[in-house]
Design a binder for this molecule. Structure first.
Ligand code: PLP
Length: 469
């Protein structure tokens, strides 16, 4: 049996898949948001030994449709409000099919200059949207976690270089609202774990510059080497943005690296409300943005932009003999020199197709819709006498809890809200999550997807209120 399929067969199979995905995406609203099944059920359902002989594609698609696909929670569903959802447009999905259909090698200009130029193009768009200076560059990554890591490695290289003896004294600073991936990035980058300063945030869940200055002063006195500040624009808990203009001025003055994790929130720069909320983002030394969140492209797609992209090359470029003929002379970019991946696919295609298909106006309106729906949720919470607001709506996120009159014991309130969450999620129309806000268990909604409507938010709030005993 040849591995090379003929044209008619490829066409037939491709159409089967296209039809299948189109049906899935156009019937999302009717689908229930399923819960996971335990391994004890999944294994007999799905595991088979690897076959010696092949099976027909139709049979295999049937197997997947029956046994695999039903057991997932569809993020692009209008009721998926639990985490920052990935809600890709269809052209973006097709972008991935094209990228893998051609199987471009995204690591070196010499073998895929067209796709490499497309990556340069979309990164240049991002730069303009968030207001970073000309000359900014970077790369598309698997996600925000990787982008945060690449930024930290570049920042570490700037202060440590070849002198590994300095590393034990290096410190970084962030707030208690920072995403876990920032902390893990610091671990992987070799910053000693006790040297990661996690500072308490202010009443609006923002990094406190006064505490930051004090901590850095103390550390310098102790002979430590502050490397930089890991700030956030759009925290996952509450959508808060740290005071970036003030942090940027301070970091410049102190020769510190300012990294801003805008993984989910950064693309709100395509809206006027978002630009206000993200003030100062363009002043950072490096910025993480996740197109697979608020730019409506499918997993996986993050990105990292650096004011001085050369710093990524300083940290990552390595030229083994067999790659020496891939050098660049006129501004061509070998993305393999800017990060940890050599073989990488072209994530630029899905980003480009998404933005080109709809334009920045329509995408900006969709993002603004998400910001507005969280604000609607906040208004409904404020109106209700059974609900209590825990953090105001910011960048599409709102947190609150059930707080019926007469129930004030913190543990009882946590219990009650956990129950409500389970009930709402069991109904199958919505998927919401919890977080902790100042110690209290909070219900959290994030309304970034473009299929969710205002009516969905009203219905969800009704379900939550009805869940209280
Ligand atoms: C999602 C997110 C991350 C992690 O990004 P991945 O793409 O999941 O790796 C980091 N920071 C923030 C603020 C996020 O929202």
């Amino acid at each position: 049996m040849t591995l090379d399929l003929d044209h008619a067969t490829m066409q037939r199979l491709g159409r089967l898949v296209a039809d299948h995905v189109a049906t899935h995406l156009s019937t999302l609203r009717e689908q229930r948001l399923f819960k996971a099944i335990p391994r004890s059920q999944a294994e007999p359902l799905i595991y088979t030994p690897p076959p010696a002989q092949g099976e027909s594609f139709e049979t295999l698609l049937g197997f997947l449709q029956e046994r695999v696909f039903p057991h997932h929670t569809p993020e692009p569903h209008p009721g998926f409000l639990g985490y920052v959802q990935s809600c890709p447009t269809f052209p973006a999905v097709l972008g991935d099919w094209l990228a893998t259909g051609y199987n471009f090698f995204g690591g070196a200009w010499a073998v895929a200059s067209g796709p490499a130029m497309l990556e340069v193009t979309v990164l240049e768009w991002f730069r303009q949207w968030i207001g970073m200076p000309e000359g900014t560059g970077g790369l598309l990554t698997s996600g925000g976690s990787t982008a945060n890591l690449m930024a930290l490695v570049a920042a570490r290289h700037r202060v440590v270089g070849e002198d590994a003896g300095r590393l034990p004294r290096v410190t970084v600073y962030t707030s208690d609202q920072a995403h876990s991936s920032l902390i893990r990035a610091a671990w992987i980058a070799g910053i000693p774990r006790p040297n990661i300063r996690v500072l308490p945030s202010d009443d609006s869940f923002r990094l406190r510059p006064d505490l930051l200055r004090a901590a850095i002063h103390t550390d310098r006195q102790a002979g430590l080497i502050p490397l930089g500040v890991l700030a956030t624009s759009g925290t996952v808990n509450t959508g808060a943005t740290d005071p970036l203009p003030e942090l940027a001025a301070y970091c410049r003055d102190q020769d510190l690296w300012l990294h801003v994790d805008g993984a989910y929130g950064g693309f709100a720069a395509l809206t006027s409300r978002g630009r206000d909320a993200l003030e100062g983002l363009g002043l950072a030394d490096s910025v993480t943005l996740d197109p697979h969140k608020w730019l409506y492209v499918p997993f996986e797609c993050g990105s990292l932009l650096l004011r001085e992209p050369q710093r990524l090359r300083d940290a990552f470029e390595i030229l083994p003999d067999y790659l020496r003929d891939l050098g660049t002379t006129g501004g061509e970019v070998n993305f393999a020199d800017y990060g940890e991946q050599l073989s990488r696919y072209s994530r630029a295609l899905k980003v480009w197709l998404c933005v080109q298909s709809f334009g920045t106006e329509a995408i900006g309106q969709a993002i603004d819709g998400g910001i507005g729906r969280a604000e609607l949720a906040e208004r409904l919470v404020r109106k209700s006498d059974r609900l209590e607001l825990l953090s105001a709506a910011r960048l599409g996120i709102c947190t609150f809890r059930l707080h019926p009159k007469g129930v004030d014991d913190p543990a009882a309130l946590d219990q009650l809200n956990l129950k409500a969450l389970e009930q709402v999620n069991a109904n199958g129309h919505f998927f919401i999550s919890t977080t902790r806000i100042r110690g209290a268990l909070a219900l959290r909604i994030c309304s970034c997807g473009f299929r969710t409507t205002d009516d969905d938010i009203r219905r969800l709030m009704g379900e939550i209120e009805a869940a209280a005993p």
